[in-house]
Write a protein of this length. Sequence first.
Length: 216
Amino acid sequence: MIGVVIPAHNEARRLGRCLKAMAAAAALAEQAGQAVAVLVVLDRCIDGSAQVCARHGVETIAVEAGSVGMARRIGAQVMLERGAQWIACTDADSQVPAHWLLSQLACTADVVCGTVHVARWQPWQRGALRQLYLSRYEAREGHRHIHGANLGICARAYARVGGFQPLAAHEDVQLVRDLEADGAHIVWTAKHSVATSSRIDSRAREGFGDYLASLA
């Protein structure tokens, strides 16, 4: 089974697009014979995120972690307890391509680190900020970007290093660094780039949104 974990903190505005894209990816994987379970970890949500998940028929678990690292950790543990052999992670403000899950598995690796691209730049971002971002981003095979919005991990490798740490930020980077130290086979690919938001009022501090804000 592939266990998909999506942390969310008050993401009702964007979560529907995320889940619609995820449904397409899950359907394609299931057509290829893979079992897929999707779990949204609602972390201190006080908006309509739970209702959005219900409309899309997606399972949720509510937590009071206040930490994206803990939210991912809890979600991954639930998936592992259900027998997931592969953990796929993305974010509630992102949309995966339809071949996302199958492309991760095709890498035959312990860890697959994918790229992201901005789905829609805001009008004020389309000039110098966009150009600066693109000049610094390596959307190619062998890149060294790490994004929680586009990450896949073999369950055995994940368990060996103790999984996501309960960090407020950079839990994805810490996990990959732990896996590197453990000798995991890591593939760095741009073959299944995930579309993400260009917002700078990000829910997780020190994440992608804060990076864009720093460039601005």
